[in-house]
Design a protein around this ligand. Sequence first.
Ligand SMILES: C[S@@+](CC[C@H](N)C(=O)[O-])C[C@H]1O[C@@H](n2cnc3c(N)ncnc32)[C@H](O)[C@@H]1O
Length: 244
Amino acid sequence: MSPKSGRVVKPATGSSESPVSGELVSAREFWDRCFKEVAPDVKDAPPGRDLSEIVNRLRAASAVDVLDVGCGLGRWSVTLARAGFRVLAVDVSSEAVRIVRERAQREGLAISTAVCAAQELSRPGVHVDAVVCNSVLDHMRPHDADMAATNIMQTLKPGGLAYVSFDGLDIGDTGPEVRQNYRVAADGTWEYVRGPRRGMIWRYYQDPEIRRLFREFEEVEFSVWNTGQRRTWFRKPIRDSHPT
Ligand SMILES: C[S@@+](CC[C@H](N)C(=O)[O-])C[C@H]1O[C@@H](n2cnc3c(N)ncnc32)[C@H](O)[C@@H]1O
């Protein structure tokens, strides 16, 4: 992977401007709207948590190239690039990617960027040592999350590490005022139909579902935090059914 190229990730079908499903169109619209409304000081804010454990683990694995799937404002990408990793930051939102690209240029960071949905990561050309995917798969329905996990597998080099987090059920979110803003689809996905999150989807993944998504990986760690967040590390087997 070249940090300068920005062309190593391409949609599997069509261009990033012609998404494969109506679901992706809606996701792009929702997240673009969010990122357009972000205040300037929020854009440069640090990650919401200390990432030294992530950095240490990636260093221990001798990772060089790291793919940040669903990079958002690039908080993780920036921290990882400052720690010396070459980062490829991708997101379904072109607005998010624009923000990250501008920041990387401004700060001279080794971050390349691409507008790309996790479901569209192509196989050839992208081979990274590690993937980070923080609070992203929760915004997908199960079949999309499954596709994303498969793509992460195909993007990783054999033995590569994936850090993937899933959020917990936030008590505040299920209060009556918020609850009236979403409906629950047959597959358990929350579809926000009014309020500030209108257009967003979110799904609480049960622990067994997470393990099923990453069934072809070796589980390295699966920790549950008091917020309900699940922080997981998976490793691509050295010999697997998806050779790179
Ligand atoms: C809660 S934010 C997390 C952002 C970032 N990972 C972080 O931790 O700061 C969710 C992110 O996932 C992105 N996203 C949502 N659906 C996506 C998809 N199908 N493919 C790639 N990115 C997606 C959104 O645009 C947004 O940036």
